[in-house]
Every structure is written in structure tokens, then in C-alpha cells.
Write a protein that binds this ligand. Sequence first.
Ligand SMILES: *Cc1c(COP(=O)(O)O)cnc(C)c1O
Length: 369
Amino acid sequence: MDKIPLVDLQAQYRSIKKEIDAAIQHILDTNQFIGGAPLADFERNFAKFCGKPYAVGTSSGTSALYTVLKALDIREGDEVITVPNTFIATSEVVNECGAAVKFVDVEEGSFLMDPELLKKAITPKTKAVIPVHLYGQSCDMKAISEICGDKVAIIEDACQAHGAKQHGKRVPVTDIGCFSFYPGKNLGAYGDAGAIVCEDEAFALTCAQFIDHGRKKGEKYVHHALGSNYRMDTLQAAILDVKLRHLDSWTQARRKVASWYNELLDGKVITPVEKKGNEHVYHLYVIQSRDRHGLLEHLHKQGIMAGAHYPVALHLQPSYAYLGLKKGSFPISEQFCESCVSLPVYPEMTKEQVAFVAEQVMAFESARP
Ligand SMILES: *Cc1c(COP(=O)(O)O)cnc(C)c1O
């Protein structure tokens, strides 16, 4: 068996090469590197895909999250709540605004934000909550929005959840969501890119201004507010617009791969839980092992490029040592971070490849004392 990567971007490119090459060529021929129709087209199409009226392209998922916090005027003295088992970008942007990061633990089973713990953590200083749709599955947005009411803003970190549904509705289920188009994400650019998707026109305009030095669309010399440069490259927008047309079929293929893994692994190892009412898009297929290090080593030796997302809970990272949160602060996240193993999952993966990975997982897990 050839090497099995965690995600096979080469296979994807081969399958859409003609369309991609033509889209890139068009940008080169027309010299539209910043702004322009291809960017506006992608923003409109991606908003529509999400079932929302507005999308603003950004330079990354991180800058999308940061821009939303700035647009909500989150600042020093404010508190923002998120979970410790996520990519550090989710919480880093809170620090970047000068606000305080507050973590809450996740639910057993889904490993998504626990609404009951969120309820207890909210204080008069809490300005926003960032639920993370980890691995492609939506948090319980009904419970979270009831708890937040209209006092606390909700920013859905949908960076891993393009097209994920809750009760038939795509994320963001509430008003504001941030996406990453990092190459390995379910919808990936050929470089860095991201987007903010939202319900409110004024909010979309505030974000669009912030990412372009406080300028309004079409105006060049008036800077209405202080902002920065977090624009999406037009070249990336053109690539993403091509890929967006394939996203639904890729999602179905990912779900198929996950169902093959489930068939082979259920009952033998701890497999991912898809909560009732959710349509998981399997950015990652994550199992748990009591010997994560050993299992990864075994899989790597077999040419299976499994990974760990994320091996260390954020409050235990050196950069968050200042919070003084010891091991034991968020037991469910910590236990999960110590045991999680991401198996390869991508739309082009074959049943034979899945069977080989599952076989190797079981061989290691059953040989363990
Ligand atoms: C990828 C990711 C981000 C950051 O996106 P970038 O485009 O890499 O800046 C934020 N949050 C989560 C959960 C992610 O997976």
C-alpha cells in the first residue's frame, strides 16, 4: 500500500486541474489581483452556500475572527469565552484585542462546548462567546444562543465546518461565523484565506471596512475608521470559487469515508460521535487511544500519516501559562487532548485505503495490554 496522507491535496488538484488552471489564467490575463469581480463573485456564492446574505473574504481564518472581535468593539476589560480543545487562533485573537480569554470545558462524547458550563462561566464582563465547530460538527447552537440572549455576542468558529448542518440549517446557525480556507480545510485555497459570514448588512460593512484600512467599497482616499489589511487575494477567491462548486460532493465523499471507518471500528475503539440533528462534515475523523504516542508511531511506520488535533489543551500551552490554570482545570478537554488521533480522511480516499488504516489501528489497539 502506498503512503496514505492525512489529506491528499494532489489528488484533489488532479481531479479539477482544468477548471483551476483556467481560473488562475483568467486572473493573470486580467491583472485583477486585489478586489474586483472574481472576489465579489466568490463572496456572494459562499454567502449563498451558507444560507446567509453576506460574506466578507479575509486573508485567513485568524484574521476573520480578529476582524469580527474588532467590529464588535471587544477590548481591554472585556471577557470572551471559548473552549481549550481548539486551534490556538480561536483564543489568540481575543488576546490580540486586549480582552481576557476564559475557557470552559467541553461535553463528554462530542467534545464540543458544554452549554451548561458556559452558562456558569458568563459574568457581566462577558462580551462574546466563540463556540468551535470542531472537526466539522456544530455545537448545540440552540442551547448556546438561549444562554447568550442578546447581551452576549456569538461568533461561530466554523473554520473546520464548511457546510456542516444543524437541524437542516448550515453553519453559522446564528448571526456570525468565521471560516478558514487554509489549504487543508474542507474548502481550501492555495495559500491563506478566510471569510466572515453574517446576517446583518451594517455588520458586514464594518468588517469589510476594517479589513481594507477603514475604506468603503469604491472609495480610495477616505479612511472612515482605523483598520488594517486583512483582504483576501483575488487569485485565492478565483480558486475557491471553482472549488466551492465541488464542495457538496466532497462533503458526501468525506461522510462516506467516515461511515466506512465507523463500520470497521465501532465497538473496537472510541470513534467520533455524530450528535442527533447534526450533519458532520468530517474535516477530521478523530478516534481515541490510551497510547496515542504508540499508535501514531505504529501508523507512521505503516505509511499512514495520522495526526493529533490538538495534543495539548490551550490552557496548558506555554503561551497561556500566565493564566495559572493547572492540569485538572478542564478534565474532559485534557483527557481528550491526550488521547485523540486524527485518521486520514479526504474525499478521494478509497475503501481499500480506509480498510488498511482501520486494520492497522485494530492491530495496534488489540495488541496493547
Ligand atoms: C484553521 C483554524 C483557524 C485559523 O484559520 P487560519 O486560516 O489558519 O488562520 C481557527 N480556528 C480553527 C478551529 C481552525 O481549525
